[in-house]
Design a protein around this ligand. Structure first.
Ligand code: CP
Ligand code: NVA
Length: 298
């Protein structure tokens, strides 16, 4: 494994291997070895982050490497230096890069022009590190996804939904997206996905009925702040106690965080499921260490 740019590019075998490695790394924390010893990893962030930044900084250090955090305002990228030039400079100095930005193409270009291992830490198109942590959490809490129904309630075509839809395609679990029609995955995407186990509905109750996993995320992703018309369309798509009443018994609720209480999720639901949701946040560290270790090995 040289890069982690998308879930789309991973095979079922690679996903399972990463999750098994993450479980081992989690159990062995402090005794997991130093595969990044002597390496410096750049962390280029053009969007805000709490979990991703902290989990990568800690994870790189725990694997023996040195993280170098570079917000866009610290480097010339923020003043318009092209990503392909940034990539060619950093590729000659550091051993790997973690990038959070807007366009997926920027991460693809960085990987190509730098020649160094590159990890997508969230773009507008995918959030692969988060989905690995989410799948790890589902394995821990429910023992896996075979025969399970996973519901998504909220934005139907965000980085999170797209990565989850690819995960469903690769792993074969039932995945039902409930979203307003205007924010549904476009037909071209669903054709490309070609996954009969992924369905889209306008009815959140239908998606959540008998679901084992109920998943949501912010209605307005980073970069969409102030889109009042978009936000207004999501009123009926809140994860609340009444929606969850028909979920399968023993269901779990996931939220990648940050959460906006009273919008996509109620305070009551978030707090009732905080044990799972903050375990999910912690799993970012273990999942990403598995990714870093797999890259270091190859
Ligand atoms: N879930 C997630 O990626 O959180 P941050 O934006 O805080 O990194
Ligand atoms: N869809 C959200 C995820 C945040 C972790 C966003 O892009 O802002």
């Amino acid at each position: 494994m040289k890069h982690l740019l998308t879930i789309e590019e991973l095979s079922e075998k690679e996903i399972l291997h990463l999750l098994e490695s993450a479980e081992l790394i989690k159990r062995q924390r402090g005794r997991e070895g130093q595969p990044l010893k002597g390496q410096t990893w750049a962390m280029i962030f053009t969007k805000s982050s709490t979990r991703t930044r902290v989990s990568f900084e800690v994870g790189i250090r725990e694997l023996g490497g040195s993280p170098m955090f570079l917000s866009k305002n610290d480097i010339q990228l923020g003043r318009g230096e092209p990503i392909i030039d940034t990539a060619r400079v950093l590729g000659r100095m550091v051993h790997g890069a973690v990038i959070r930005t807007f366009a997926q193409q920027d991460v693809v270009d960085f990987a190509e022009y730098s020649g160094i291992p590159t990890i997508n830490a969230l773009t507008d198109d995918e959030h692969p590190c988060q989905i690995l942590a989410d799948l790890l959490t589902v394995r821990e809490k429910l023992g896996g996804w075979d025969g399970k129904k996973v519901a998504w309630v909220g934005d139907g075509f965000s980085n999170m939904t797209i990565s989850w839809m690819w995960a469903a395609k690769k792993l074969g679990f039932e995945f039902v997206v409930a979203c307003p029609e205007s924010y549904a995955p476009p037909a071209e995407f669903l054709d490309k996905l070609s996954a009969p186990n992924v369905r889209v509905t306008g009815d959140p109750a239908e998606a959540v009925e008998s679901a084992h996993v109920i998943n949501t995320d912010v209605w307005l992703s980073m970069g969409q702040e102030g889109q009042a018309e978009k936000e207004a369309a999501f009123g009926p798509y809140q994860v609340n106690d009444s929606l969850l009443a028909s979920a399968a018994s023993g269901h779990i609720v996931l939220h990648c965080l940050p959460a906006y209480r009273g919008k996509e999720i109620t305070e009551e639901v978030l707090e009732a499921h905080a044990g799972t949701i903050f375990q999910q946040a912690e799993n970012r560290l273990h999942a990403q260490k598995a990714v870093l270790a797999a890259i270091a090995k190859s």
